[in-house]
Design a protein around this ligand. Structure first.
Ligand SMILES: Cc1cc2nc3c(=O)[nH]c(=O)nc-3n(C[C@H](O)[C@H](O)[C@H](O)COP(=O)(O)OP(=O)(O)OC[C@H]3O[C@@H](n4cnc5c(N)ncnc54)[C@H](O)[C@@H]3O)c2cc1C
Length: 469
C-alpha cells in the first residue's frame, strides 16, 4: 500500500481529499448505463482525490505520483458512459473541475482550461462575440471541455461539423506527461489526435483551443410521424437540405418519446407516434415548416410558440445519450447500443434492422456529417434480457453491415475499432513509461498479444482481483 500520509504531505498546498465516501463518489461515472459494466465496475474506487487549480499543481501531482508509482486517473465531470474515468487500480483521481477558466476568445476560436463546463464556456463566448462551440455533447450543462476531448466523440452540432475525430475540430491541446520530470507539450494538427479520445491514458490535458461557430437562438422543435421509417426519411431529407440551418436531428421510435419525455408528453399525440427532435435556426423556421408539410409531419412543439419554457428541458436534453437516460428512467430494463449505418444506403440499413428487431430494439438515430457525407449513427434502446441475447443483437447488426461501438466495454479498443491504435500506444510509451495514467483502459499496453478476433472480452487483471474479492 502506498504511503498516502507521505504523499499528502508532499502535495501540501494542493486540495486533497481522502474521505473514502467522497473519494468513491468522485471515482464513478455513468458506467451503470450498462448492466454488464455495472456488475464489473461497481467496487472500483480511488484512494485520494486531488483537485489542482493550475497546470503547475498538475505537474507537481504527477511528479509525486510517478515517484511513488501510483496510478492517476483524470476526471472532468464524470459523465462518461463506459467507466472511462473510473480508477481500475485505485490511486489518485485527478479532479480537473477547478481548472475552469476561459482564457481568451478570438474570432473563430476560444482558449480554455480543461475543467470548463461547456455551457459556461458557451455563455462567455456568446456574450463576448456571439459565438459558440461548433458542437457539444448532450451533457452540455454538466460535462467539461477536457473530458469531452479525452472521452467524447460528437453531439449537438455534428450534423454540420462532424465529430472530434475530424481534423480542425480541435485546434490545440496542451498536455502534461507522466514522467519523473513531467514535460509540457503543445499538440496541433495530426499530433493532437494521439490524445483525442485516449481516455487520459497518455497525458493530462491542461489547456484546449477549440474552434467556434456563429451562435443562434436555436428553436427547439418536435415533429411527429406515424411510422419510425417515415421519421427517418424526413430526417435524411432535412439533413441533406443545404439551405436549412439546423443543429440537431434525432428521430426516435415510438413508444419511447411518449413513455419517456415526461415534460413534452402533453405535446405528443399518442403512444404510437415517432418523433424527430430538431434544433432549427430562427431564420430557417419558415422553409423548415414547408419541408415538414411536404412529408406530412405534424409540428407538435416549437419553443418559439409556447407561452413559457419553465420546467421544459432544452431539446438537446432529449437527444444523444439523454434519450437513453430518459428511457431507462421510465423503464429500468432498457439498455442501449451504439451503431454505425455506413452510407450511402444508411436509411435502408436502418429499415432492415427495424424489420428484424422491431420493438425489442426501438430506434434512435443521430444524423451527423461523416467524412463530408450525411449519415446517421444510432443509439438504439435495447430491452435487455440476457448478456447472450445482447451479444446476439450485436452480431445481427454486424452481419447486416452495421458496425457496433460497444458501450458495454471499458477499454478503448473494445469500445472502438477493436484494434490497437498504434499511434496512441507509441505516444504512451513516451509520455507514461510506467503505465500509471488510467491503467486498464488500453489493452495494447496491458496485453500486446490480446487477440481481438478471439471473441473474448478483455478483463483487466486488477479488476479481476477486485471482482473476486
Ligand atoms: C446523459 C448523457 C449524455 C451524453 N451525451 C453525449 C454526447 O452527445 N456525445 C458524446 O460524445 N458523449 C456523450 N456523453 C458522454 C459524456 O457526457 C461526454 O463525453 C462528456 O463530454 C465527458 O465529459 P466529462 O467532463 O464528464 O468527462 P469524464 O467522464 O470525467 O472523463 C471522460 C474521459 O476523459 C478523461 N479526462 C477527463 N479530463 C481529462 C483531462 N483534463 N486530461 C486527460 N484526460 C481527461 C477521463 O479520464 C475519462 O477517461 C453522454 C453521457 C451521458 C451520461
Amino acid at each position: 500500500m502506498p504511503d498516502y500520509a507521505k504523499i499528502k504531505a508532499e502535495l501540501d498546498g494542493i486540495a486533497v481529499e481522502d474521505n473514502p465516501g467522497l473519494v468513491r463518489q468522485k471515482s464513478r461515472d455513468f458506467f451503470w448505463y450498462s448492466p454488464i459494466l455495472k456488475e464489473q465496475l461497481d467496487q472500483v474506487t480511488g484512494d485520494l482525490l486531488v483537485s489542482p487549480q493550475s497546470e503547475e499543481e498538475v505537474i507537481r501531482t504527477l511528479k509525486v505520483a510517478y515517484h511513488h508509482g501510483i496510478p492517476v486517473t483524470a476526471r472532468g465531470a464524470g459523465t462518461g458512459n463506459y467507466g472511462q474515468a473510473m480508477p481500475l487500480s485505485g490511486g489518485i483521481v485527478l479532479n480537473m473541475a477547478r481548472m475552469n477558466k476561459v482564457k481568451a476568445i478570438f474570432p473563430g476560436r476560444v482558449i480554455a482550461e480543461p475543467g470548463t463546463v461547456m455551457a459556461a464556456l458557451d455563455r462567455e463566448t456568446r456574450a463576448h462575440s456571439g459565438q459558440e462551440l461548433r458542437f457539444h455533447p448532450s451533457t452540455h450543462n454538466t460535462a467539461t471541455i477536457g473530458g469531452f476531448v479525452a472521452g467524447g466523440s460528437g453531439g449537438v452540432g455534428s450534423i454540420k461539423w462532424g465529430g472530434l475525430r475530424d481534423l480542425g475540430n480541435i485546434l490545440r491541446l496542451r498536455v502534461v506527461t507522466m514522467e519523473a520530470e513531467p514535460r509540457v507539450m503543445e499538440l496541433t494538427g495530426w499530433e493532437l489526435q494521439k490524445v483525442n479520445h485516449a481516455y487520459g491514458t497518455n497525458g493530462i490535458i491542461t489547456e484546449v483551443e477549440m474552434p467556434l461557430a456563429p451562435a443562434y437562438d436555436w428553436v427547439d422543435v418536435l415533429v411527429g410521424f406515424d411510422g419510425f421509417m417515415r421519421a427517418v426519411e424526413f430526417s435524411d431529407r432535412l439533413a441533406a437540405s443545404n439551405g436549412l440551418l439546423v443543429k440537431e436531428i434525432a428521430p426516435i421510435a415510438a413508444p419511447i418519446p411518449y413513455d419517456s419525455f415526461s415534460r413534452h408528453k402533453r405535446y405528443i399525440r399518442h403512444r404510437d407516434q415517432s418523433v424527430v427532435v430538431i434544433m432549427v435556426a430562427p431564420h430557417a423556421m419558415e422553409p423548415f415548416r414547408a419541408l415538414v408539410e411536404k412529408f406530412r409531419g405534424e409540428l407538435l412543439f416549437r419553443a418559439d410558440e409556447v407561452e413559457s419554457m419553465k420546467g421544459i428541458p432544452e431539446a438537446f436534453e432529449l437527444t444523444w445519450n439523454h434519450t437513453t437516460l430518459r428511457a431507462m428512467k421510465a423503464d429500468k430494463s432498457f439498455t442501449y447500443l451504439q451503431v454505425q449505418y455506413p452510407g450511402p444506403n444508411h436509411v435502408e440499413k436502418v429499415r432492415r434492422m427495424t424489420e428484424i428487431l422491431g420493438d425489442e430494439v426501438p430506434g434512435h438515430l443521430e444524423f451527423i456529417r461523416f467524412d463530408g457525407q450525411v449519415q446517421c449513427s444510432g443509439l438504439p434502446l435495447v430491452r435487455f434480457t440476457t448478456k447472450e441475447r445482447l451479444e446476439e443483437i450485436i452480431r445481427i447488426h454486424e452481419d447486416n453491415g452495421c458496425p457496433i461501438f460497444n458501450p458495454h466495454r471499458y477499454t478503448l479498443e473494445e469500445g472502438g475499432m477493436k484494434q490497437t491504435d498504434k499511434i496512441q500506444l507509441a505516444f504512451k510509451k513516451q509520455t507514461d513509461p510506467k503505465g500509471l495514467l488510467n491503467p486498464g483502459k488500453m489493452i495494447a499496453w496491458e496485453n500486446p498479444d490480446f487477440d481481438f478476433k478471439s471473441g473474448k472480452t478483455y478483463l483487466y487483471p486488477g479488476l479481476e482481483a477486485l471482482m473476486s474479492a
